[in-house]
Ligand binder design. Sequence first.
Ligand code: AQP
Length: 333
Amino acid sequence: TPRVFSGIKPSGGLTLGNYLGAIKRFVDWQDAGTHETIYCVVDLHAITVWQDPKELHAATREVAAGFIASGIDPTKSILFNQSQVSAHAELGWIFSCVARVGWMNRMTQFKDKAGANAEKVSLGLYAYPALMAADILIYHATHVPVGEDQKQHVELTRDIAQKFNHDYKVDFFPETEPVIEGPATRVMNLRDGTKKMSKSGESDMERINMTDTADTIAKKFKKARTDPEPLPETLDGLKGRPEARNLVDIYAGLSGLTDEQVIAEYAGAGWGRFKPALADLAVEKLAPISTEMARLMNDPAEIDRILGHGAEQARALAEPILKEAYEIVGLVR
Ligand code: AQP
């Protein structure tokens, strides 16, 4: 069976962006049953920027709880945390030797995250796409559901696989493709519609956390930045209105409607009508998940057990592929 792989960094609590752009789709892939689905809490990626050890522990369990509460079933998907399967880091090293510095220099996420501080960020942050390629290719996964922001990294994964196959004259690593479909593949910051919603953004008001209470969700949407115009009559009317587009897109992602259908339903509506409707919808969808997350997080031993079991399953798939990669490269075992 073909495989799907994707992951989320425990670099903080989950946001609505992670849910709509990633987790919701992970569940769809699992339930479709066409692929073996492998989902990972990518803790080694999280430490590319400083993480307090205690918080990293908690966030790892929170992300795992978020997966399960959203519908990832550990009996149907393999769910584990990256650091428990050392083959990721081992293949990641080989890929660091395959990837070129020039390729990394073109990664826009690195440029965004490093900003003017590129000399001071960790070497890991720079090399991170090579480890991400290993996360995917250590399972020979072909499909990678991600948000729009990760497209470039999945494309780089394909370049790394091609160069490895070419350099060693093998046909070993498959072509991977990013799967970026439907609405809300790039959920924007509620305070600035030109920036994406992030776990680690400065202000809590700019994001919806999956663990936010109903009141907090309502307050954040109420205070979300918008322009003064009402919603347009057609989708075209959202051009040049990033904040308005974002709220419509979030509504579409949560409701399962298309952006067009949302506009058709709310044509001409003012924010006083649309924002409370959006908040109600978000609460309706997120409240059962956050309740379940809270229940799961009360039993960390159970989460650890699930991750440990998933790691065992993942190792069984990864180790033969790693062994073969080592042989191809010429490393004596
Ligand atoms: N705003 C978003 N809209 C849609 N999808 C998003 N994703 C993240 N933010 C949005 C998707 O969630 C998955 C996991 O992302 P990640 O945790 O590995 O890293 P990230 O993209 O860097 O996420 P954050 O929330 O912005 O974390 P920080 O602030 O720590 O860097 C990916 O599929 C991503 O596309």
